[in-house]
Design a protein around this ligand. Structure first.
Ligand code: PLP
Length: 217
């Protein structure tokens, strides 16, 4: 599919849900994509991208930033505390704040650097043991804890279990966000972004539908 096609589908989903155009932002997830494909999307004036590894992002994006203005980079993968500084220097948003220790590290660095990317707290809505994120029952406390550290919490993020209907997870995430007064909802991927728009997503993380299959197969 083309970027134009995906953008049009997002706009249609926004309209169908009675939402303002552009209220669901499309993050083009460029991890493991060949440079030519990423450049092609940049040349179509898209500027919002997502990467899931700090190392890979650090290798690619400083170069693209020299060639293109206004790039906004979102880190959407698991973040180790020893990569936090680099992540904060590279990205305008981090979607995977998932534990107190990482929150403390980000808060300390934010003080030191005088700036902090927008943060999304990852919630393990499916309560899957292998998946990162705070459990739904711990989410309210963790939001409060992060706010207590003056961290800029923009919203919540989830990755629904592969074998379940995403709508239940999107609804749960929306409910937790609403009761905590959070506006940002990072949810929806290639297979379910229209559903996510219908359920209030503000940030869609779409990779393969825009770029084609990744090099990891
Ligand atoms: C890779 C990735 C995506 C994009 O997945 P697609 O199915 O290619 O759209 C979204 N979110 C996260 C956290 C990812 O790691």
């Amino acid at each position: 599919m083309s970027l134009a096609e995906i953008t049009e589908r997002v706009q249609r989903a926004e309209a169908a849900a009675g939402r303002a155009p552009g209220s669901a932002r499309l993050i083009a997830v460029s991890k493991k994509q060949p440079e030519a494909r990423v450049r092609a999307i940049l040349q179509q004036s898209h500027r919002v991208f997502g990467e899931n590894r700090v190392q890979e992002a650090a290798g690619k994006w400083p170069g693209y930033r020299e060639a293109f203005d206004g790039i906004e980079l979102h880190l959407i993968g698991p973040l180790q505390t020893n990569k936090a500084r680099q992540a904060m220097e590279l990205a305008q948003a981090i979607h995977t704040l998932d534990r107190p220790r990482l929150a403390r590290t980000l808060a300390r660095l934010a003080q030191e650097m005088g700036a902090c990317p927008d943060l999304f707290i990852q919630v393990n809505t499916g309560e899957e043991p292998q998946k990162a994120g705070v459990l739904p029952a711990q989410a309210d406390d963790f939001v409060a804890e992060c706010r207590g550290m003056d961290l800029p919490v923009a919203g919540l993020m989830c990755i629904p279990p592969v074998d379940e209907a995403p709508s239940l997870h999107f609804a749960l995430l929306g409910k937790i966000a609403a009761r905590n007064g959070l506006e940002g909802l990072s949810m929806g991927m290639s297979g379910d972004f229209e559903q996510a728009v219908a359920q209030g997503a503000t940030h869609l993380r779409v990779g393969s539908a825009i770029f084609g299959a990744r090099e990891d197969g």
